[in-house]
Design a protein around this ligand. Structure first.
Ligand SMILES: [Zn+2]
Ligand SMILES: [Zn+2]
Length: 153
């Protein structure tokens, strides 16, 4: 199904309207892979809709999240990031700059089998996060040090 039609319908079902703002927010989030924070997303949406306020972006982002069109990535002590890919998938997070990227994972690999071992549970999903240092931060640190040895290697 076309995601936008799907979205319009779901939003109508809840008695809310599919506004131009919501569409722009969702399209913007779908077009990037960087899992932006609400503030970063606002900066991107602002380029599309001049004069939109941060409050409008945050409010609509919450509505999209309630309707499961957007997923939150919460890390303690960090601003919440948003993802338009709502299926369960693993992330890698840079502990230096906080960037989050998707980790490609074939469906039905052993993660599902591992879940089968949990007797008596009714599972609703999973979240996997790898921690590390991203390539950008590694090369920045190497450039600053002026040698080829990063502090984390
Ligand atoms: Zn980084
Ligand atoms: Zn993701």
């Amino acid at each position: 199904m076309d995601a936008t039609e799907d979205l319009s319908k779901s939003i109508r079902d809840t008695g809310r309207r599919m506004t131009r703002q919501r569409r722009a927010i969702l399209h913007t989030l779908e077009s990037v892979t960087c899992h932006p924070t609400a503030a970063e997303l606002y900066e991107m949406v602002r380029r599309e809709i001049a004069g939109i306020s941060p409050g409008t972006v945050y409010r609509n982002l919450n509505v999209l999240q309630e309707l499961s069109f957007v997923r939150e990535i919460r890390t303690a002590g960090e601003p919440t990031r948003y993802d338009a890919r709502v299926q369960d998938h693993p992330h890698a997070r840079c502990s230096n700059c906080g960037c989050v990227v998707d980790v490609p994972l074939e469906p039905d690999v052993c993660i599902d089998e591992a879940a089968d071992e949990l007797v008596g549970w009714q599972l609703t999903g999973y979240s996997v996060q790898f921690d590390g240092i991203c390539p950008n931060c590694i090369s920045k640190s190497q450039a600053e040090k002026g040698d080829s040895e990063g502090p984390w290697i």
